[in-house]
Design a protein around this ligand. Structure first.
Ligand SMILES: C[S@@+](CC[C@H](N)C(=O)[O-])C[C@H]1O[C@@H](n2cnc3c(N)ncnc32)[C@H](O)[C@@H]1O
Length: 470
């Protein structure tokens, strides 16, 4: 396995081999060698040919004839890649496998953008599409993507390849692609989910998390067949729950308001250059400017219930602020790094101001709840001392102690593992769109008081046994 340029992660055999079998076994069952030679299989982002090689091996074995690998590679294999060198490598690899030159591959393996090429339909489409975040897509590409049913302005490129796999597969054919699992729940994939709910039968298959080492895409395999349905399609998140967990969460969602009904989690401060704006006590004592200096909290300082404040400070230089002499003297040597568009993001702010506008909750002196943006276990703290959170912290503008108990509980961890996107090493990311949906129980005052005194009782507010939530 190698990780090379943008969006390129080659697929290991332990993933390609079962995917090829999954897609092709139903297509070769009961077929004669001559019928197998008629099959047309496509990989729309061939890379160095990881799938193509396995497709040839699989079909050649099913064919069983002399010279089967050459016949299959010459007739059945199609694909494309934007990268000329990848196409050349794939062709050379297939020729080595076939033991002969394969002139047809000059037409069957094309260099180009698979989302724009003219394609016929295929018996099967397999692949591992490029994963490229929308910020890195050109305006021309984004414009072209508008013709997809799954278009969403902030969707990653792989979303369109899923729809393409579907569209390139003939009725009765199969597609099998390995993609990051974010699309199952992300808001930007709602149009894709709606499309698939209406047009396909889909099976989702887990991939061993270690199959793609040093990569945090959390892949999943989509095995699909074009099958138009008449179900109402709404594109709601697709969760992979046990029946018991699905019923429990659905019950909570029906009975309780969601966190987002009353609160909006807000991100902490983005300085654009922590080296300049985050200072220690000695520097603070030197600058001595109470109007602009505030104690500063990072996500890693958050502990359950209480912050473990580490005596660091932020120069809270907001848009339009004045520049006192002492701060000017301190920041001046770093000026080149601080200029917008040079050291920091381009924008309409001055070199001594923080990069992004500071949100009202971040600079508030009111008591607030803070939680980490990546959580290995629940950790939410109540701050009553006017700490300013950094960008790895989410803020809730409330001092609700029941919510504090909930966000530190096993019950929350149980929910988070089932509803929040995964991060490395078993952590989760309570991103805004997911946290807003968290059901907040509304216990009667006496139970509420008992839970605040003894948070272990939180499951009583959610009407489940303590043993469910482990
Ligand atoms: C994740 S790699 C997968 C390669 C190969 N299918 C495999 O599994 O090993 C994605 C490949 O997509 C190619 N690619 C990127 N954008 C593309 C596009 N618009 N059309 C076709 N291929 C593209 C990259 O050059 C890269 O080779």
């Amino acid at each position: 396995m190698a990780v090379a340029k943008l969006g390129v992660v080659y697929t290991p055999r332990e993933v390609t081999v079962p995917m090829v079998e999954l897609a092709l076994a139903p297509l070769v069952a009961g077929k004669s060698p001559a019928q197998i030679e008629q099959l047309r299989i496509c990989d729309f982002s061939i890379g160095e040919g990881a799938f193509l090689v396995e497709i040839v091996r699989y079909l050649a074995a099913a064919h069983g004839g002399r010279d089967a690998a050459r016949v299959i590679a010459a007739h059945c294999i199609h694909g494309a890649d934007t990268d000329t060198a990848s196409v050349a490598t794939s062709r050379a690899t297939l020729e080595a496998l076939a033991g002969a030159p394969l002139p047809t591959l000059a037409h069957h393996l094309r260099t180009g953008d698979s989302l724009a090429l003219e394609w016929p339909q295929f018996d099967a489409v397999l692949g591992n599409p490029p994963y490229i975040r929308q910020e890195r897509l050109s305006l021309t590409t984004k414009h072209a993507l508008r013709s997809f049913a799954s278009y969403d302005g902030v969707a990653d490129l792989y979303i369109y390849f899923i729809e393409l796999a579907h569209r390139l597969t003939r009725a009765g054919g199969r597609y099998c692609v390995v993609v990051p699992q974010k699309w199952l729940t992300a808001a930007y994939a709602r149009p894709l989910r709606t499309f698939l709910e209406r047009e396909a039968r889909i099976d989702l298959i887990d991939v061993d998390p270690d199959a793609f080492p040093a990569h945090d895409a959390f892949p999943i395999i989509i095995s699909g067949t074009p099958t138009p349905t008449s179900h109402p399609a709404r594109g709601e998140p697709w969760h992979r729950d046990s029946i018991r967990d699905a019923a429990t969460i659905q019950r909570w969602e029906q009975r309780f308001p969601a966190l987002g009904d009353t609160l909006t989690p807000a991100r902490g401060v983005v300085t654009g250059c922590n080296r300049a704006f985050v200072i220690d006590r000695a520097t603070r004592d030197r600058i001595l400017d109470d109007a602009h200096i505030r104690p500063f909290l990072k996500g890693r300082d958050i502990r359950p219930y209480r912050p473990e404040y580490n005596d660091r400070y932020i120069l809270l230089m907001e848009r339009g602020c004045d520049l006192p002499d002492a701060i000017a003297r301190y920041l001046a040597p770093m000026r080149a790094e601080l200029e917008p568009g040079w050291g920091r993001k381009p924008g309409r702010y001055r070199w001594y101001e923080l990069q992004d506008p500071v949100g009202a909750h971040a600079k508030s002196h009111a008591p607030r709840l803070f939680y980490q943006d990546i959580q290995t276990s629940p950790a939410c703290c109540l701050d009553t001392s006017g700490l300013v959170p950094d960008t790895t912290v989410w803020t809730l503008n409330t001092d609700d102690e029941f919510l504090l108990a909930l966000l530190n509980s096993k019950l929350y961890a149980w929910y988070a593992r089932r509803r929040f996107p995964p991060a490395l090493n078993g952590a989760v990311r309570p991103k805004l769109e997911y946290m807003r949906r968290l059901p907040i129980a509304q216990p009667a005052p006496d139970l509420r008081a008992r839970i605040i005194a003894n948070p272990e009782l939180i499951h009583e507010a959610y009407d489940v046994s303590g043993s469910l939530i482990t």
